[in-house]
Ligand binder design. Sequence first.
Ligand SMILES: Cc1cc2nc3c(=O)[nH]c(=O)nc-3n(C[C@H](O)[C@H](O)[C@H](O)COP(=O)(O)O)c2cc1C
Length: 244
Amino acid sequence: MDAILKHRSIRKFKPSTVDKALLEGLLLAGTRAANTGNMQVYSMVVTTDPLLLEKLAPCHFNQPASKAPVQVTFCADYNRFVKWCLQRNAQPGFNNFLSFLVGYGDAFLAAQNVCLAAEEKGLGTCFLGTTMYSAKKVSEILRLPKGVIPVLTLVMGYPDEQPDLTDRLPMGGVVHWQTYADYSAEDIDRMYREKESSALTKHLLEVNKKETLAQIFTANRYPKKMNEDISAALIEMLKEQDFL
Ligand SMILES: Cc1cc2nc3c(=O)[nH]c(=O)nc-3n(C[C@H](O)[C@H](O)[C@H](O)COP(=O)(O)O)c2cc1C
């Protein structure tokens, strides 16, 4: 539990490689995650080849963490399970949105296990959500077959930075006991106060010339148009892959 409370994302890594046996141990920890029906409808694609890493970097907008020496792309994967069903005279019914969500959720749980195991072994990690933004390109580079959709990347390596813990909302901002207690305007003010008054927020407001931190989230980091375009591309991909 102590290790979990010390989690922080690392985005700058030493060039040193990660021992293969160590890496295999981390991936094993990934497979021990709870998963729906024990079907394991996910795959972990490990990339350490510098040429492939170079090809993947633009899919992650060349962000600093995309330079990590080890990258694991977690995929919702029905390819293997459906093949097994068909080979065993069983008719699979996984061409639907629910099944994609099952694979997506299980892939995330496996990824979190790998992340925690890696941190326990002194490695730094960072998740990259850009995998889903560039799902088609990532699929091409990693040669993913039909039924396999990349949903998240976990990059790792030996840390070359020691960032502070990032803030979190107060517990009352996230936890509801028994039933959901909706937030008053005063609650919202209180819960976001620490985040809004940090030095980092002040810096971001200056650099982005915005009045509030929320505006940075809605206008700069996750703008409506970008969310809609990525959603449309994902829906298209889910259709091509017969999930929708
Ligand atoms: C699904 C997901 C996607 C993320 N995508 C990115 C990303 O693309 N780039 C990045 O630098 N960090 C990414 N992160 C890391 C978050 O920014 C980070 O966890 C958050 O700011 C809290 O900081 P901490 O992990 O240091 O506590 C992602 C995290 C998750 C869970």
